[in-house]
Ligand binder design. Structure first.
Ligand code: ATP
Ligand code: MG
Length: 119
């Protein structure tokens, strides 16, 4: 299992969310965040001239079986990309365990219904 953490432009969230739902993602967490990348919160023309600014971004966290990582990453890139600076980044982190609190289930079953996993 991997946790895909995607930091994207806020206005892209509805499109990315819908696209991920369409490819069968059954859960995600959305967090309002602030951050900076290479341009330190400035238009690239002016970088280096001013103090660092935090830019509002949204971080999507999606736990997926290893076999679904590429699909999820490709879907995020396809729908979050504008080609301009600040489009964001994706970090992929290993998950040691997942547990559904209601049932006590663990592992990939927590992420998908067993029938969905067989697809
Ligand atoms: N090294 C990093 N560690 C953690 N978060 C980061 C890192 N780099 C970028 N981010 C997060 O991603 C957001 C978007 O980064 P951004 O897309 O501007 O990266 P970049 O490297 O400057 O690429 P680009 O040149 O395309 O803008 C930042 O606001 C920040 O929240
Ligand atoms: Mg940047």
């Amino acid at each position: 299992m991997k946790l895909v953490k995607a930091i994207i432009k806020p206005f892209k969230v509805p499109e990315v969310k819908d696209a991920l739902a369409e490819v069968g993602i059954e859960g995600m967490t959305v967090i309002d965040v602030k951050g900076f990348g290479r341009q330190k919160g400035h238009n690239s023309v002016y970088r280096g001239e001013y103090a660092i600014e935090f830019m509002p971004k949204v971080m999507l966290e999606i736990a997926v079986p290893d076999t679904e990582v590429k699909l999820v990453v490709d879907t995020i890139i396809k729908h979050a990309r504008t080609g301009n600076i600040g489009d964001g980044k994706i970090f992929i982190v290993p998950i040691e365990e997942a547990i559904r609190i209601r049932s006590g289930e663990t592992g990939d079953e927590v992420l998908y219904e067993p029938e969905a996993l067989a697809r």
